[in-house]
Design a protein around this ligand. Sequence first.
Ligand code: ADP
Ligand code: GN1
Ligand code: MG
Length: 364
Amino acid sequence: MSIDILGIVNNFKLEGDFIYSEVYGCGHINDTYAVYFKRDNEAPIRYILQRINTQIFDAKELMENICLVTDYLKDKIKEEGGDPARNTLTIIPTVDGNLYYEDSEHGCWRIYKFIEDTITYQSAADETVSRNVGAAFGHFQKQLADFDAKKLYEIIPNFHNTRMRFDALKKAIDSDAKGRAESAKDAISFALEREKYCDVVTDKLGTKEIPFRVTHNDTKLNNILIDPDTGKSVCIIDLDTVMPGSVLYDFGDSNRFGSNTALEDETDLSKVSFDLKIFKAFTEGFLSEVGDILTDTEKELLAFSCILMTYECGIRFLADYLEGDVYFKTSHDTHNLERARNQFKLIEDMESKLGKMREIVNLY
Ligand code: ADP
Ligand code: GN1
Ligand code: MG
């Protein structure tokens, strides 16, 4: 079914006349487009248009969260002498003043200012970028330290509850709805053998040995826009999952993706490995911002958190494969299985490097 982009963008307060749109970016969740507008005597302008994935998110709650967080961040950025129009997302309201537009088929659409002159990476960048990204995610943590988490909806409850992700995987294996379990035997055994990882962080959150903080929860490297000239972070995007969580989720998830020498869906597993130099640079940047805030228990678990978040993501891909690709966007039938195998290869490599990873954390 073709989408009437013009009919959608006409509902927003935008400058100029619509020219065309293109599918944009590599996100797994929302449908993202760049939409181009021409203006009199000025260069054309583009915006980011997204159809919110309403199978996953309640659009109203989601956009209220993002509005609160970006308003808060804009004040912080101003205080710091930054550029609030570039250093965080800007929601463009609808002509009726709403945060999103709902079409006649209940599709929910939002528009952000397009942050120009930036790039995203899809796997390990260089050490300078990694250090900067670590510092940027650490700084984000600091900026939100005093944000009142009670104001936020828990937009996806138990998002990083690895035990619940594990139980969901077991259910998917048992029901084997698409008859795919046989083809994923290797990945299933790998996941089941590592059940011991599930409760390490959630147990400590439960006993308050680890504090809840306001965290991003989806810190993969393509959720940060980088200045191609300086390699510095311009903007942390994809604020959909900002909610209370553990700092270990943000640290671990960022390294899951950003310290992988290969793409997340690389099928040549000989290319998949955990790059200790990139990890070291990230850790240095991250701890330069939050080293004095984190508790000893959090610091002790930083290295392990990379394994945990890779494990959690791997079992989510695997469960989605078994359930018939109902959650993550895929381009072919075995895509989620390939992603799961990729994450599991990365875990094997991290397991053999965990001692070194801990030594690196201790340096900072
Ligand atoms: P998803 O939730 O599907 O991952 P994202 O919000 O991360 O969607 O957006 C997908 C991609 O679109 C990003 O990785 C980035 O490349 C691009 N993008 C998103 N928002 C902006 C923006 N405001 N300016 C420039 N690029 C953006
Ligand atoms: C999704 O939205 P995106 O593509 O940045 C997912 C993350 C996974 C990631 C794996 C809301 O992130 O949790 O770690 O894919 N986001 C959501 O690449 O589920
Ligand atoms: Mg994203």
